[in-house]
Structures are given as C-alpha cells and as structure tokens.
Design a protein around this ligand. Structure first.
Ligand SMILES: [Zn+2]
Ligand SMILES: [Zn+2]
Length: 264
C-alpha cells in the first residue's frame, strides 16, 4: 500500500506539472523560453496523462482565452456544465472559429507535435494518445510489476481530470474569489490551486495570461511557478515573463481610467 501511494503521489505531481508547466504555461502561453529538450521534458508527462495532441490542447486553450465565457468559448460553464466538463471533447473536430493553422503556427513547426496532431482529425489523435499512454504503463508492468503500473495509470487519469474540472469550477463565480476585474467569470479557488499545482489562481491567470507566475498573493501557493523559478536558477530557462500584483493593479487602474474617459 505504501509503495502504491508513493508512486501514485510522485506520478500525480509529475503529470500535473507536465500539464501546468509544459502544456499550459510554456506551449499555450509562451510564458518562458527554454531549450527543446527542456520543453519535451515537461510536455512528455502531460502527454502521458492523456492530455492529447499538444497543438490541439494549446489551440483550444488559446480560443478559451480569446472568447472567455462567450458563446464561442469552447468550454464555458455558462453554456452548459456537461459541455464545459468533457462534452466539448466529444466533438469530431475544431469549430469554424478555431483553427490551429492560424492560431498555433508556432507549434505546427515542430514535427513531433505535427505527428501527434494527425492533421486535426481528433479521433485519430486521441487514439494515439491512448495507445502511447497504455503502452507506457505496460512497460512499467513488464519491468517493475503491477503496483507501480496501476499507480501510474490511476495517477495519469487523476491528472487528466484536473484541467477538465478546473475549466468548470474556476469559471463559476460563487465557488471562488476575484482579485482582478477581468470582465469574465474566472475566479481563484484555493483547493484547485493546490490540486492543480498553482493553476487554481485562475482569475489572476485571466488577468495576465502570459505570466509564468499565477499565485500572486502570499498565500497563493504555486508549485508550477516554484518549478519554473528553480529552472531559472539552474539556467535551464531563459526569458521568463512575470506579472506582479503591482503591475496588475496599475494595468487595471489604466483600464478604468480609459473606460471613464471613453464614457465622458
Ligand atoms: Zn479560464
Ligand atoms: Zn491559460
């Protein structure tokens, strides 16, 4: 039981950081730059948590930021809880207003990501994700036995649930608090902040999507940011975008001033 719990916990943190640091802050928002091997190092645990094609993930996420909580948002709970959680995954392909060829040109340059994307045919890309994810656990089974294999598989499924759950919970205003007036329904939810390694500070993230740091106030624990800053100290990452509380407050004051002068 101890072996199972230890492997589960280590794998859960590894996969969730892969989603947070790799898929989200690096690929989707380019919040820092790094050598290709560091990028793959973080994208791999996200992929092995059944997150799917990196191009698909980033394209859908960029659309979420472009159309947050409008009818064009791929997964806003305002337009149905079922669709916001996992219903949107069941679609056959991209909606007309979402196109990786124009919205994820940067990621299409990478041959590995292009292969995993399968030309935008979702069911084929998902099948490859599932096949590679299961094969990885079969290799663990073969070399290390069934306990670590099962723990790794369940940790992968648990990590998979995190962004799906976050898309719903962090866009229901009554479930969290808002620090910044972002004009959408995004909120900070403390327990999602812990489970998602820092992604639960979602109102902060919508206020400054390009920031590598989402936990801005002292109690907003952000393990993904601690990981990125450790990599910075080790000189594994180069440019790191960070938005501070002061900058965000200043930005908001300017926005309020601009809207008041437009109304005048
Ligand atoms: Zn959001
Ligand atoms: Zn984002």
């Amino acid at each position: 039981m101890i072996e199972f719990m230890a492997v589960f916990l280590i794998c859960y943190i590894w996969h969730t950081l892969g989603i947070t640091v790799g898929y989200h802050r690096l690929l989707s928002h380019c919040s820092f730059t790094c050598p290709k091997w560091v990028e793959y190092f973080w994208v791999l645990p996200g992929y092995l948590a059944f997150e799917g094609s990196p191009i698909w993930w980033a394209t859908i996420h960029r659309a979420h930021h472009r159309y947050t909580d409008t009818a064009l948002d791929p997964h806003s709970p305002k337009y149905g809880m079922g669709n916001a959680h996992a219903g949107w995954l069941m679609h056959r392909g991209y909606a007309n207003h979402i196109n990786p060829n124009t919205q994820s040109k940067d990621l299409l340059k990478d041959p590995v990501y292009r292969f995993l994307e399968q030309g935008g045919v979702w069911h084929r890309a998902h099948f490859i994700t599932f096949f590679i994810g299961v094969t990885f656990r079969l290799l663990i089974l073969f070399f290390f036995g069934w306990i670590p294999a099962l723990a790794s598989l369940l940790a992968g499924f648990a990590a998979l649930q995190i962004p799906l759950m976050l898309n719903v919970v962090c866009h229901i205003p009554k479930l969290g608090y808002k620090t910044y007036a972002t004009g959408d329904d995004s909120v900070n939810v403390w327990w999602v902040g812990i489970l998602a390694m820092g992604e639960g500070w979602h109102n902060n993230h919508h206020a400054s999507p390009g920031s590598a740091k989402s936990g801005l106030l002292p109690w907003e624990f952000d393990l993904a940011w601690l990981t990125i800053s450790l990599m910075k100290k080790l000189k594994l990452v180069h440019r790191v975008n960070v938005c501070t509380v002061e900058e965000l407050v200043g930005k908001q004051k300017n926005q309020i001033k601009q809207s008041l002068s437009l109304q005048a």
